[in-house]
Design a protein around this ligand. Structure first.
Ligand SMILES: C[S@@+](CC[C@H](N)C(=O)[O-])C[C@H]1O[C@@H](n2cnc3c(N)ncnc32)[C@H](O)[C@@H]1O
Length: 426
């Protein structure tokens, strides 16, 4: 059986590695999806364990389709009766990219008709009540090649179940897991998110370090498929729990300037079962200090200015971050933001950047892991100036924007202690 795991653009490589780690064989990687071989028993395993996938599909057929006739015939040739029963529900959705068949509603109706026709032949009926198990059928047409699939996840996998509440601009859990994974969380390295909001990055990092599978506290649509024996779900859950590290010393600090959001952070960490690993407190990220004698990483998602706050305030914040994070040398710093000129404000060229998407919003993931070398920085600064990179900064200076003061609560060392857990929680 061929399975397809979909993901946010840019996460395919890490998702492929997760699939390898489950002992499954990858077949192909396309933008936003990884195809691999699997059996029925692997459907619970991948749904429960994959941190970076948005959904897992069973691929029932792939064929060339430039016309509605080809789409109908290709869909009609698939053995839908192997999965969909006489009384089952089979809604159809899909996408078409760079293909001749552009009308999604028309493709939807052709695919539906082709499945109805196929099942009518198989079951000897012409009317389907669709009151039984729900099989969400999805077509994906890329460059005139159609892929017909059944969704096994239901609610998208980024919804782990620990975050019913989030802050104003939360990061998708799958993306948070990807950036946390890049920083290689480990017990001897303190992991600090100083813009924690609802705590997504911190929680995902703790779950990775403790090998807590992301799908253990939720349900999946394929739990209702009779072809997947209930025992397979129990086995997959037991397998996942067997990997959990119960007494990990992995330490995460999660801080934010907004005291009110910290209750949400704590509640989310509690639901995810990682509250013991996370030290939550209120602090201004521009005033934080490196704890002495600790190795660490800062992994954060500061405000973008598009959805929260004013862009000029955000630019000033990024400048201040450059000054404050400099004192964290030789820590590794990881920042995800939609600002594509962040390096110029921050005052340092990243050692590596990765283009990622937070939902539909294009972002850049800036990674600083090499020791800071001011001489290289000076050369680069001159190079940037020659290329006109300083234009925006000069524009701001000439227009008085640099005078704007970023006025936030000063960081107080006494804040830097364990956040008090809300009453009524253990
Ligand atoms: C984009 S949100 C982070 C969202 C988070 N990754 C999540 O998934 O919920 C940015 C956060 O930065 C916080 N913030 C803004 N300015 C700050 C500052 N100077 N110091 C610390 N936190 C700040 C905001 O309160 C907000 O919670």
């Amino acid at each position: 059986m061929i399975l397809a795991a979909t993901c946010l653009f840019g996460l395919e490589k890490q998702l492929g590695e997760e699939i390898d780690a489950l002992g499954l064989k990858r077949i192909e990687t396309i933008d936003g999806r990884v195809l691999f071989e699997g059996e029925e028993k692997d459907i619970p395993r991948v749904n429960i364990n994959l941190r970076l996938a948005e959904r897992v599909f069973i691929v029932l057929g792939r064929f060339h389709a430039e016309s509605f006739t080809e789409l109908f015939d290709g869909t009609n040739a698939i053995r839908w009766e192997d999965w969909i029963g006489k009384f089952d529900e089979f809604p159809v959705t899909g996408h078409s990219i760079k293909s001749k068949l552009t009308s999604i509603p028309d493709c939807q109706s052709i695919v539906k008709k082709a499945i109805v026709d196929r099942l009518s032949g198989a079951y000897g009926i012409s009317w389907f009540d669709e009151t039984g198990v729900k099989y969400k059928v999805e077509f994906f047409i890329l460059k005139d090649e159609a892929m017909l699939m059944i969704d096994t996840s239901g609610v998208a996998l980024h919804k782990r179940g620990y975050r019913p509440e989030a802050g104003a601009a939360p990061l998708r859990e799958t993306l948070a897991a990807s950036i946390a994974l890049t920083s290689r969380p480990s017990e001897d390295i303190l992991f600090w998110d100083p813009f924690c909001g609802s705590g997504t990055i911190a929680i995902e990092a703790a779950m990775i370090a403790r090998k807590i599978a992301p799908g253990l506290n939720r349900e999946f649509s394929s739990m209702a498929f009779p072809r997947i024996d209930k025992k397979l779900w129990t086995l997959a859950e037991e397998e996942a729990r067997g990997f959990e590290i119960k007494d990990s010393k992995f330490e995460v600090w999660a801080s934010d300037i907004d005291e009110d959001i910290l209750d949400v952070t704590y509640e989310n960490a509690l639901r995810a079962g990682v509250e013991d690993n996370i030290n939550i407190f209120c602090a201004d990220a521009t005033k934080i200090e490196k704890p002495s004698d600790r190795r660490g990483s800062i992994v954060c998602n500061p405000p973008y200015g598009e959805r929260m706050g004013d862009m000029f305030e955000v630019e000033q914040l990024y400048r201040e971050l450059g000054r404050s994070f400099k004192n964290f040398e030789p820590w590794h710093i990881y920042v995800i933001t939609s600002c594509d000129y962040f390096e110029r404000l921050y005052g340092r060229r990243a050692d590596k950047t990765r283009k990622l998407y937070n939902g539909m919003l294009p972002c850049v993931f800036y990674q600083f892991f090499k020791p800071y070398d001011p001489s290289i920085h000076a050369i680069r600064k001159q190079f940037d100036k020659n290329r006109g990179f300083d234009d925006k900064r000069n524009f701001e200076k000439n227009n008085g924007f640099e005078k704007k003061h970023y006025d936030k609560k000063p960081f107080d060392k006494k804040d830097h202690q364990n956040y008090k857990k809300p009453k009524g929680t253990k």
